[in-house]
Design a protein around this ligand. Structure first.
Ligand code: NI
Ligand code: MN
Length: 226
């Protein structure tokens, strides 16, 4: 799979059978000013929870792509009420889509929608096809529920974990999350965008390196082929 970083917690993933986008927040992110959202064409948009820094560009990109929005019941229904294609899920459930299988898993965080609507409970996604498996944690604290992922899903090839602290786990806790999910290749997200989540990149990489794991911090607009 080819994973492209669009800043904050937004990633496009090209799989064998389609393209998906996680948590679109690009046009309001000054660090991602060089990303042209009008060029993004995906089959599905996976939204971890209702906060603006994960959903801001979901409607625009879903409309231009005719993409299906996949999220928890409340967030997907809210986007669906705007006339978008949508698929509702809830925690512990999985479904086979055209691009691969998606399992919606626990996250410890909150979820409200930009207009104040109830956003249900936040989650993360495990996505796989017959070749590879990816975990996108969403905004979350470190939680022992992560230990269920290697038990209930295919072996992970790569995981995207928040590392910025304050609103989510920081990189030290994320090294423990990497142990819980039994994954050695981690891509960091949810750091540097705002003042509260600016991190020391070298210290974060060293924390993972000390545990024999790799932390990848992609420049915005860059891709990684896994
Ligand atoms: Ni959030
Ligand atoms: Mn967030």
């Amino acid at each position: 799979m080819k994973i492209t970083y669009y800043g904050h917690a937004c990633f496009e993933v090209e799989m064998k059978q389609g393209r998906i986008l996680f948590d679109p927040f690009i046009s309001a992110n000054g660090l991602a000013a060089h990303i042209d959202i009008s060029k993004i064409e995906v089959d599905a948009i996976l939204v971890s929870h209702g906060h603006g820094d994960h959903i801001a560009d979901a409607e625009t990109i879903a409309r231009q792509s005719n993409a299906t929005v996949i999220s928890n019941f409340e967030v997907a229904s809210w986007l669906g009420s705007k006339g978008l294609k949508f698929h509702t899920m809830n925690h512990g459930g999985q479904w086979k889509f055209s691009f691969g299988t998606v399992k919606y898993v626990q996250a410890v965080h909150t979820s409200s929608l930009p207009d104040g609507s109830y956003g249900g409970n936040p989650g993360g996604f495990v996505v796989w096809d017959d070749a590879q498996c990816l975990y996108f944690a969403g905004d979350t604290a470190l939680t022992t529920d992560m230990q269920l992922i290697p038990i209930t899903c295919p072996k992970l090839d790569v995981a995207i974990l928040p590392i910025g602290d304050n609103f989510t786990m920081g990189y030290r806790d994320a090294t423990i999350a990497a142990e819980f999910i039994q994954c050695n290749r981690i891509i960091g997200c949810h750091y540097d965008t705002f003042g509260y989540i600016k991190i020391d990149h070298e210290a974060a990489k060293k924390a993972f390196d000390d545990k024999g794991k790799e932390l990848i911090l992609l420049p915005i607009g860059e891709s990684l082929v896994v």
